[in-house]
Design a protein around this ligand. Sequence first.
Ligand code: ZN
Length: 353
Amino acid sequence: MFDDRESAKLKATSTKEERDLCFARFYERFPTKSEREEVIFRAASPYGIKCECGNLVANRKYGERTAICPRCKKKASATANTLFHGAKRLSAYCCAIFVTGEGLAISANDFSMRNGIATSSGNIILHEVSAVVVDQFGDAAEMISAILCKPVAKRSKETPAREHPKAEQIEAEKRASTSVGLKRSSGDNPRAMSEATRPAKKVPESDLERRILDFLSLQPLQFEDLAKQASLPQTELLCTLTMLELGGFVKQLPGNCFAAIENDMPLSFQQPRTPVEARKAKHFFLFISKTFHAISRKYLQRYLARYWCFVDRERWNFATLLEACATAAKKSYAQLTSYVTPLSVKVMFSEAC
Ligand SMILES: [Zn+2]
């Protein structure tokens, strides 16, 4: 399905050397904590601090977040009501914006270590920055999230218990199909990759049926191999396959083989429709697996944002990302972590794919 040689030509992650160099550029440009913080303060309040009394406070000292308003004598903060509102570790924010803006592919682990902060802190900062980028997709092409769920292998709170992480996608589709169905993407969008996002298809009712279907693709699979893979007694497997066959999910083929049926495949098993789409998706998969190893479906859209920064070297740099962050609204921790990637995701792929 995928052509490995094609995508191998395009780099899919940043090497350790590239990460070292990127951090060296950061330290060179912003050698001290106050320089890193000052650039944030200036971006957040470029014309002075807007005091609650309405006064524009211009007497803030270099590297200082607050200044006393000459009119009302109250303390005014340069980061009030911005993404950086009340944020500690502004140096790390500055670093996250710098390296993401430069299109560096880096894990939360590595980022946090280099910044000398806890992984959880580094992770949430990177998520905050990614969430800003998510809001910048605008009228970018939409794609069914299922096509991009291949590298999803991490469990999240959304993943049903005792199920493969992919079950999260099935659950999301089930919920959507029982409500309104998927939104159609605009057909006149020149960057559109899929002509339209189709309504969610039916999925098997029982957990076991869905689990078995998960093992099957369009390629025929021997009954014995399937039994081994699913570690299920043959009688139980046969019974489940019969139900799947009746439901139109599976067909039996000569040689006691079984395969999933394309037309009735739920969205979760959708494959890219064109070679170009497959190549683009493949490059994203490589980016994920080489940089983060695995991600949860829940945050897929944010990783697509990180990927956009990685591939789009014209749109994103330190200045453009800093501006986007400085004008973005503060999201609470709860808002950041309760986010769930919608069924239809926004994508910006590399033109080179
Ligand atoms: Zn004031």
